[in-house]
Write a protein that binds this ligand. Structure first.
Ligand SMILES: Cc1cc2nc3c(=O)[nH]c(=O)nc-3n(C[C@H](O)[C@H](O)[C@H](O)COP(=O)(O)O)c2cc1C
Length: 357
């Protein structure tokens, strides 16, 4: 049987054009990243996790996460928190900001988030987790979904017990990253749990974790997943999206890689401003330039370049053919309007969660 990832599917009433989904990644999943993945063919993009408390307090940094482009649909907005009333209000705000799906985070393994009872800590509070889903579903008219890990301890099967309860509470899809919270990102995702969970549920189950090839993606769909989600493997490598969708490995030229990176840098500057963009982009240089695409020292030179226009100059020198491609990419940008919910802003916030803690 052909497991074509280009087949349409649905979450609730929401039509999704392909079975490849972009993962939420704090500190990575900015609009530029989401737009790029969409251009290469992902069917659904995810915002990084947004604090329900931050939304309630109207902090500027948090509200910026609610800003999405009108060309980004369908988009899931993920929120985290442990207070059901606050979560319901945050879900309402996410919908008002344009989210097509509101997703509850039940997987964040970071100590600071867990200490507040949110993220993966909710795996051990099934009643509260279900109440939050119920209240979010009552507060919004878009589908509510949950992204969860397998459990807290390695070997835990908490997700198998919790999944059906979350569905009964109103979740219209689940994303399973089948690693335990204590594993953080070590070990391997155990997708036998994904298949088992999918076999128990009527609602779609999306597989997340360690997916890097078309074969893996097709095998997971064959095993019962409705769609697959890619995260780390897509960092600096949007060509993987085409590869997973088509089964054919594209070999981008140096000019194509440099052009994608330059266009991405410009998009990030437009989104975050020059100063924030400069530090944000540093991790992306290595991601784009690896895979033997450029001499190793270029990454260091870009990081040390001082300004983004100097970094751009270095890339154009290394791949002169990129200039024309960048112009073409820049010309494709639609006049997408950004939307953001109206909320009073009360001041700056500590900033996003450092996912690596
Ligand atoms: C840097 C980073 C940030 C992440 N941020 C989030 C997040 O905000 N919300 C979430 O549900 N998962 C988050 N994740 C987990 C990913 O969505 C995904 O489930 C996990 O990385 C496994 O998939 P992968 O092997 O394709 O990366 C993050 C992962 C990474 C590496």
């Amino acid at each position: 049987m052909e497991h074509n990832l280009r087949r349409h599917w649905k979450i609730g009433g929401l039509e999704i054009p392909s079975r490849l989904v972009l993962a939420p990644m704090a500190g990575v999943s900015v609009r530029a990243f989401r737009r790029q993945a969409r251009r290469f063919g992902v069917g659904l993009v995810w915002s990084e996790m947004i604090s329900a408390a931050g939304i309630q307090h109207g902090s500027r940094r948090t509200l910026d996460y609610l800003r999405i482009g009108s060309d980004e649909h369908p988009l899931a907005m993920q929120i985290f928190g442990s207070n059901s009333i606050q979560m319901a209000e945050a879900a309402r705000m996410a919908e008002a900001a344009g989210a097509d799906i509101v997703d509850l985070n039940l997987g964040c393994p970071v100590r600071k988030v867990m200490a507040s009872g949110a993220g993966a800590a909710l795996l051990e509070q099934p009643q509260l987790a279900c109440r939050i889903v119920e209240e979010m579903a009552t507060a919004t008219s878009v589908p509510v979904t949950v992204k969860l890990r397998s459990g807290i301890e390695p070997g835990s099967r908490a997700c198998i017990e919790l999944g059906p309860r979350l569905a009964a509470a109103g979740a219209q899809a689940l994303v399973l990253h089948p690693r335990a919270q204590r594993q953080m990102y070590g070990g391997k995702a155990d997708h036998s749990l994904t298949a088992e969970l999918a076999s128990l549920l009527e609602i779609p189950v999306i597989a997340s974790g360690d997916i890097r090839s078309c074969e893996q993606a097709r095998a997971l769909i064959a095993a019962g997943a409705a769609a697959v989600m890619i995260g780390r493997a897509a960092q600096g490598n949007p060509w993987l999206v085409s590869e997973i969708l088509s089964g054919e490995k594209p070999e981008p030229s140096q000019a194509e890689v440099a052009a994608e990176l330059i266009h991405f840098m410009r998009e990030v500057v437009r989104e975050l401003g020059e100063r924030r963009a400069q530090s944000f982009l540093k991790k992306f240089y290595g991601w784009y330039l690896k895979h033997g695409r450029f001499p190793r020292q270029l990454r260091r030179e870009l990081v040390d370049a001082g300004t983004l226009s100097a970094a751009e100059g270095l890339l154009l020198k290394a791949a002169p053919g990129a200039e024309r491609l960048v112009a073409e990419l820049e010309a494709t940008i639609s006049n997408a309007v950004e939307t953001a919910a109206e909320l009073p802003i009360v001041g700056p916030e500590a900033g996003p969660v450092d996912w690596t803690l």
